[in-house]
Design a protein around this ligand. Structure first.
Ligand SMILES: [Ca+2]
Ligand SMILES: [Ca+2]
Length: 357
């Protein structure tokens, strides 16, 4: 056996071990691994029938139709149906007892490798509804553009967008019928290097603006940019840095560049962001403790937590824990979205909850 030379440290611990301890304690903090959740219950909730393998992102149209992306397979995270392709569900929140219906996707699109992640809708002047879907076919990143046909409960695939700057896309927010901002949650795409990037705490994750005529990085320096959305007045872009436990407010400029306005620090890993159109409140699905999410243990389930943030631009934003569960009902919440007193809570790989507030 080859003898290894260890560098002595002041306290007698080897430098190697010392460095590993520092990295592990940083990861521990990034994952908020000590945190347990105090439950916050809501009286009128039910699990949504038919959604069993995730509801990572939810986007609700102004008329109450909710799109739900389901079946995400993400490196290092649990999937209850690893062989089953992903799906997009629709729920009409105007119904007395809303149900989830799977949307049919037009022929010509490769359904077998469909791996949907973040989504965003755009309603054009002629009322055409476009649905943008982050997709990871064969662990790559693409953005799929669909047209929603309401009469037919179907999605017509219009195009697949791929670009060298769209490498590890997590979420998007549509800016027009073929333009958007996207978050890349990692710099590296290889699973091992992604993990190293996280271990070393590199801030190489970014936000990219995409349009057919121009594609550019518009914000950088995130540990892991995740959810992204826009204020109702369309002046500000909100970006959740999931590993830094915060939400950044960025000002949007005429040339699509973003500049930092402020950061709201939280004690939870913020995933996707939804905006309540009338009030501008931010609703978010969070991971109180990401260690339980990445190290899935049926005896120690990943929890769920929903926050509502009011007046984020003011001196003192109000943060309310609207819902929290230790995983016995809902595991790994990633999104929370409201419409007229109704709340949908989605998860990375588990079920989805419908609540009347
Ligand atoms: Ca989204
Ligand atoms: Ca996300």
């Amino acid at each position: 056996m080859r003898a290894r030379k260890l560098l002595p440290c002041d306290n007698g611990v080897s430098m190697e071990k010392f460095s590993i301890n520092i990295i592990m304690s940083k990861i521990w903090n990034r994952f908020n691994a000590s945190r347990e959740v105090d439950p916050v219950t809501l009286p009128n909730c039910r699990l949504i029938k038919g959604i069993e393998t995730g509801s990572e992102d939810i986007d609700i149209l102004p008329n109450g139709l909710a799109f739900i992306s389901s079946g995400l397979k993400y490196p290092g995270l649990k999937s209850f149906a690893p062989e089953k392709p992903g799906e997009i569900f629709l729920m009409d929140l105007n119904e007395d007892y809303p149900r989830a219906v799977e949307l049919r996707i037009s022929r010509g699109f490769d359904l077998s490798s469909f791996n949907p992640h973040g989504i965003s809708t755009f309603v054009d002047r002629d009322d055409t509804v476009y649905l943008f879907v982050v997709n990871h076919p064969h662990q790559k990143s693409t953005v799929e553009l669909f047209k929603f046909i309401e009469d037919d409960n179907s999605l017509v695939h219009l195009k697949t967008i791929q670009h060298d700057l769209l490498t590890s896309v997590n979420d998007i927010v549509a800016m027009g019928p073929d333009s958007f901002y996207a978050t890349n949650d990692h710099y590296f795409t290889d699973f091992i290097l992604m993990f190293v990037e996280m271990l070393l705490g590199l801030t190489w994750s970014n936000v990219v603006y995409y349009s057919p005529g121009e594609v550019k990085e518009v914000a950088a320096g995130f540990y892991s940019a995740n959810g992204i959305n826009i204020s109702p007045d369309r002046k500000y872009i909100y970006v959740a840095d999931v590993l830094d436990h915060n939400i950044h407010v960025m000002e949007k400029h005429a040339n699509w560049n973003l500049t930092h306005v402020k950061t709201l620090q939280l004690d939870t890993l913020v995933d996707n962001l939804s905006i309540e159109p009338h009030t501008g409140d931010i609703w978010t699905g969070c991971h109180p403790n990401a260690m339980k999410l990445f190290h899935y243990d049926p005896e120690n389930l990943p929890a769920s937590e929903v926050l509502r943030i009011q007046n984020i631009l003011s001196e003192e934003p109000v943060v309310t824990r609207v819902y929290a569960d230790n995983g016995s009902v809902l595991q790994g919440s990633s999104v929370a979205s409201t419409y007229e007193g109704k709340l949908l809570i989605g998860t990375v790989f588990h079920r989805a909850l419908y609540c009347e507030l």
